[in-house]
Ligand binder design. Structure first.
Ligand code: SF4
Length: 433
């Protein structure tokens, strides 16, 4: 059958899941470009690479549906080849090969050289930092480590990403310099567990040292930290945050729950008392810090009392940013041996309740910002607004600052000083100073 492909030998990389997958897709695209391949990100192409997510049920479903969608297009001759990589493929390759056999080839999370070979390209080790970034030009993710050594009972990530492996500081500085030379002003540090950084390579938690090197990179104005872990948090990071203006007064630290029984069952290695003390030390050490956290509700055995404890704690802690997931019963995780006894309906009700509480807190905190001035970065123009963020806001997950574009002229990717004029629960309105 003659294929009626749209573009000859254009490789379209499709990314699903988290920022670590975005990073991996960018590395893949950088390697393909270096081998002279015509590569695009989520545009039309006759060869498709789907970088999948295998974290929780919803994400797995989205990955499978995306594969099926492209298999349909292959059936109809719109695309010639479909390759699948990433976490879902790492975790379920044998099942996928049986269920969706017409995929040209499946690759795991550590099989980049093999995937490149299948795409007619060579893996070039020397390409440190040669990524084709897919984020807006002013910010980029910097993955400082891969894998995770933690035993969290509900989490399948170590099954898909392996053991923790830190990237050497000098390689990360080289990468940051290249990104800065391409106009990146904001580095978003990511890993499965950011605060574990260096324990394998330098035999000590070395995130503070890394930050001190990254702030020296010309052109980088903001450095943001995502995916910290509460147990063994390296407190010297707070000192760097206090002393270095380039390090955003912002931290993302998923805490998952606060009931001691649930934390114990989750194998988080911490308690309500220890976690509360850590957050209070954050507040004391860097008072203006914005703390983002993520919680899981509906974990096996979560009682009404556990949930009430969590609600009361969220009200007491008043996090600046908070997200809430419903527990997903993941095979081959430790928690899979437990009975998934909280119904999907109750899980969703509990998640809605937590987000109700948080939207009230966020509204109150945002209202307090009216009249204050902030430095914002302009990410894009949307309708009649320029859309920006303060150092307290990470892309895609936090507040946005909306600036009337009908009587202001701002450049995307540039910084501006603004005064907050109004606020809703998750957005701020501002005028340029
Ligand atoms: S630290 Fe994060 S990635 Fe590692 S096991 Fe726990 S939840 Fe999963």
């Amino acid at each position: 059958m003659r294929t009626k492909s749209i573009n000859k030998n254009k490789i379209n990389v499709v990314t699903l899941g988290c920022s670590k997958n975005v990073y991996d897709s960018e590395v893949l695209m950088g390697q393909l470009k270096a081998s002279g391949k015509d590569v695009v990100h989520e545009e039309e192409g006759n060869i498709v690479v789907i970088n999948t997510c295998g974290f929780i049920n919803n994400a797995k479903e989205e990955s499978v549906n995306t594969i099926l969608e492209y298999m349909q297009r292959k059936e109809e001759g719109e695309v010639d080849k479909v390759f699948v990589t990433g976490c879902l493929s790492e975790r379920y390759k044998p099942d996928l090969q049986k269920e969706i056999p017409n995929v040209d080839q499946y690759f795991g999370t550590t099989e980049l050289p093999g995937l490149l070979k299948a795409l007619g390209a060579d893996y070039k080790h020397e390409l440190i930092g040669e990524r084709l970034t897919t984020t807006p030009k002013n910010y980029a993710y910097l993955k400082i480590a891969e894998g995770c050594d933690r035993p969290c009972s509900f989490c399948a990530i170590p099954l898909m990403r392996g053991k923790h492996k830190s990237t050497p500081i000098e390689d990360l500085v080289t990468e940051a310099e290249k990104l800065a030379s391409n106009g990146v002003k904001e580095l978003i540090l990511i890993a499965q567990d950011l605060t574990y950084y260096g324990l394998d390579l330098y035999k000590k938690r070395n995130l503070a040292e890394l930050l001190k090197e990254l702030v020296k990179v010309d052109g980088i104005e903001w450095i943001r930290m995502h995916y910290a872990f509460p147990t063994g948090f390296p407190m010297d990071v707070l000192e760097v945050m206090r002393n270095e203006s380039k390090v955003c007064n912002y931290i993302d630290i998923p805490l998952q729950h606060i009931s001691d029984d649930i934390l114990k069952s989750m194998r988080r290695g911490t308690t309500k008392a220890k976690t509360t003390k850590l957050i209070q030390e954050f507040r004391k050490s860097v008072p203006e810090m914005a703390i983002r956290t993520t919680l899981i509700v509906g974990y096996p055995g979560e009682t009404e009392e556990d949930f009430q404890l969590l609600k009361d704690w969220v009200k007491e802690m008043r996090f600046e940013r908070l997200g809430c997931f419903t527990y997903s019963h993941e095979e081959n995780t430790h928690a899979y041996n437990l009975e998934d006894d909280v119904s999907e309906e109750v899980k969703q009700e509990r998640a809605n309740e937590i987000m109700e509480i948080q939207s009230q807190i966020s509204w109150e905190l945002n209202r307090q910002k009216i009249g204050q001035t902030f430095k914002v970065v302009i990410d894009r123009k949307e309708g009649n607004y320029f859309v920006g963020r303060t150092e307290f806001d990470s892309p895609d997950v936090d507040n946005e600052v909306l600036i009337d574009a009908t009587n202001n002229y701002l450049k995307t990717g540039e910084f501006a000083n603004v005064k907050i004029t109004d606020a809703t629960d998750f957005d701020l309105y501002a005028e340029v100073l």
